[in-house]
Write a protein of this length. Structure first.
Lengths: 142, 142, 142
């Protein structure tokens, strides 16, 4: 095993979303990236370089959870609400601030250490679009 | 002092919550872990592997702040609101997405570098339960 | 180029806010810090040690986006709402929990890797005040 000092080069994942608002699971894509890069033990930082989508970790077993999250966020931040931004997507910018655009997760023994029911999601708030997810980390490589 | 390359092994803290919704301060448990591991200088990443609780940093001096946070989150995301998830805890999943499940904090000279009024809280949204908090970091050990 | 093992010492940026609630862009201040410290490749962690402000990454091109974010957060968490905290700024504490107080961003080739439309903002919810932003990271220095 080779010890890597500092951090891995940034990698990009592409995600195609298909609706205006939806949660798209990216856990498998992140896992495949770990394997491809031979990452054994690390802190991974995941980042979206967009201002109308976000990142979240939540339940990936029952799809009704995703629906409830999207639906309630739409109540809290409605699409139309006397916004001043002229592009008609202020709701998406605001939801992006609420969910956030960066996450940190752990890798040990070559595996993502998520909780039993957790998956990693890109939160699309102004799709459909092609989105990028950036990943960088520090740790051990084989 | 020994320079550690890469990251510390992940550590786990257990937190027992006693109500359905509450903020439980975990600052002292995190500080004790630092001392136990001899961590002098680091970036610590804190993570909850659950989908119905979250993490927050906020005021730990006046307990009324915790009450107001819990109370307002309950207005923004009510327990009953035509959710489709059958387990009756969609509100907890949604609040977990809003607060987030990962935090990064700094350690210098063996001490957590929090602001004067800041404490670290596990945000319980579907308790009482036994919760885990995972901690991993990179930096210097004595 | 010299390889730095572990992490950089924490740096502080000062931000003077001028209104009770506003988003103040700090991207340029963070970029100048990178140059001053000669940081080439890193994961930067940005942190506010306060309990009534937060951090966000969002659009910095059209100022109407900032206005809409501030305005909608004020609807979701009104200034007066039967709060129990006696200092009259419970709304600021709650908004701070919703936006969060830590962010992680990437540096490559000496440049902040933000998306095309992204800027880094201190979210003031109880100003005007003098605020600190703390920055620490791991990576390569020239």
């Amino acid at each position: 095993m080779i010890l890597i000092n500092g951090d891995f080069n940034m990698e990009k994942i592409t995600v195609e979303t298909s609706r205006r608002t939806e949660l798209v699971e990216i856990t498998e894509k992140v896992s495949l990236l770990l394997k491809k890069k031979g990452i054994r033990d690390a802190i991974l930082h995941i980042y979206v370089p967009h201002t109308t989508c976000g990142l979240a970790i939540n339940e990936n077993a029952d799809p009704s959870v995703k629906r409830d999250i999207i639906s309630r966020l739409g109540e809290v931040v409605p699409r139309d609400a006397n916004y001043t931004h002229s592009e008609g997507n202020s709701d998406a910018h605001i939801k992006s601030v609420l969910t956030g655009c960066s996450l940190s997760i752990f890798v040990e023994d070559g595996l993502l250490r998520l909780g039993t029911w957790q998956g990693i999601f890109l939160c699309e708030f102004d799709g459909p679009r092609r989105r990028e997810v950036w990943i960088k980390g520090a740790g051990l490589k084989e």
